[in-house]
Design a protein around this ligand. Sequence first.
Ligand code: GZL
Length: 325
Amino acid sequence: MTVKKFYFIISILLVSVLLVNCSNETEQAAEPGLLLGFSQIGTESAWRIGNTRDIEEAAENKGINLMLENANQKQENQIAAIRRFIAYQVDVIAFSPIVEDGWDNVLEEAKSAGIPVILVDRDISTEKEGLTSCLIGADFYKEGFMAGEYLVRKADSLGLEHVNIVEITGTTNSTPMRQRQAGFMDAIAGDERMTVMESIDGDFLKSRGAENMRYLLETYGEDIDVVYSHNDEMTLGALPEIENAGFVPGKDIIIISIDGGQEAIDVLKKGKINCVVECTPKLGKILMETAVKLKAGESVQAVIHPEEQIFSDEMDTSKISPRGY
Ligand code: GZL
């Protein structure tokens, strides 16, 4: 055997040993056999689509088997999906409840089946104990409060003596709708300049944002000083209606929105939205880590809130980095 041939064989052996090690490391990173059932609300907004994508990517990165079902905005579809997960005997169930009420029966069934349940994004209201193990989602009250605090600062900077507000809310009885409204109202409470002329449900949908804005403009016209919208989708639906009515959004009417998706941030940079409160959809990594802990019988935090920030015309918006959703 020549020296050259000897070194060639050694190098082949070394490479194959390395490859075997790498594949073992990948398998070690994977969570052997963890099956997570996730019921997602639907595809109503860029936020929701980004949330779904992030959860899918996080499951793949963690080596978790994900059964993701899209409920197309219907609670009955979420309940049916949870029942399928129970029948399938998944290790952990997670879901983003479209509204807060109506979950007791199906969550009792999950509890009886010994399957832990993680709430993602939104919360439920129940009198019963122990139906869920953890809530992973934004502090919506704080988001609303930050929006209200921004408006107080904006009114001060403009020297406004009275501020007429219209509110386009998210889905009635959903956690983000209830808490974004409560936080905003608490932040402006006691400020005698502030008047909320009307609150109207836009269901987090772009089409409903447009429809509601048309109605509000026909009803209140130039009396409107501020639009407080519970998500970017409805805001983006409302803006063309404001322009069609002859007003300049961001100047004639102050526009405050929540989510912080790329499209709204681009409009903020153009000055047509004044403030966007961030609501990150990137909950996938913490969801997977929590599911692994629950399957292993470990305790987890009852509530996990991600850090969130505010973007507004008070800052150099050109420095806002790409949003990823
Ligand atoms: C908030 C989420 C809301 C978003 C909307 O965490 O529940 O639902 O603000 C989405 O864009 O439709």
